[in-house]
Design a protein around this ligand. Sequence first.
Ligand SMILES: [Zn+2]
Length: 387
Amino acid sequence: MTDVLIRGGRPWGLASPADLLVRDGRIHRVGPSLDAPGALVLDVSGQLVLPGLVDAHCHLDKTLYGGPWVPHSADDSLAGRIANDLGRRAELGVPSAERAAALLARMSEAGTTHVRTHTDIDPSVGLRGVEAVREAAARSPVHVQQVAFPQHGVLTNPGTADLLAEALRSGVEAIGGLDPAGVDRDPVRHLDLIFGLADRFGARIDIHLHDGGSLGGWELELITERTKALGLGGRVTVSHAYALGELGEAAQDRLIQGFVDAGVAIATAAVYSYPVPPVKKLRAAGVTVACGHDGIRDLWGPYGSGDMLERAMHLAYRSTFRRDEDIELALEAATVGGARALGLPGYGLAPGDRADLVVVPASGPGEAVVVHPRRTLVMKDGVVLHN
Ligand SMILES: [Zn+2]
């Protein structure tokens, strides 16, 4: 593998420009005016070099991306969207390896190098979504981590728990959950089942929690308690966590301290007008915050571009971030925060890290997020994908 010298860029976090020498898929050296005889030289003078973007919450199995436009047909209720999804997915040919591969190709062009995708598991679809996503991932340079996701309930949908176990047995890395109270009507049993499966198979956990207010706050406590009791710190994420954005300061502070103590991460997509978790407060306390798109062009909604810088802009905007140092928190969520939530080893721009990176013509993180400009270089494992 030929060495690659990325010349003259400004690696995020460094005060001055530096070259990056890439060797055997990893960042070998970082410094000014590196000498690298025989290396392929890519001049990115004056541009911002970021580690590969991480979409920490998407749904590749549901996407209609790459196909014809499908006008949205669900009403605005959760029940209506679930019915729309179940009623039309077969007619529209999802889950589809083709569609998932088309979306991964778009994500890769936009500089995403890692995704965590929640794949529906239920008795009617079985493990077909898992297989479609695996097939798409095998064709893509993007690293894909799947979550076995009970979109239509576990306790309320007999047969799902056995299928979740089967998915984990087959190598799916993480297990999901969904509104243990709002959907499954029994949060204690739901969470005991999900955490039990995670413990049995050594899986990571990522739970969709839309339940709001004090009900959602109580479920966050139940998740925190179980994370601590099983010693799963650093391996548990709560996605959306709308309740956290709705509760008063005192309740927020108590829950956040629990996340710090137990090692629970928060993932947000900052979608529509749903409450956004208090990113600045979470980060100040040391909680990992990750960002993702959620659904992209699917039966749940027509939006989503596959561009994580654009998604970070939505997060910054919804968080009312205006200063560069605040907007940078959204970029952190779309990079290092996601990497922590997924448990990616060797992520970053330091010598020894995997050479997964993206270059943009921007003066710094603020401009990169707000403008989300074209990607001038995307590299994964030291291989130039887009240039
Ligand atoms: Zn989701």
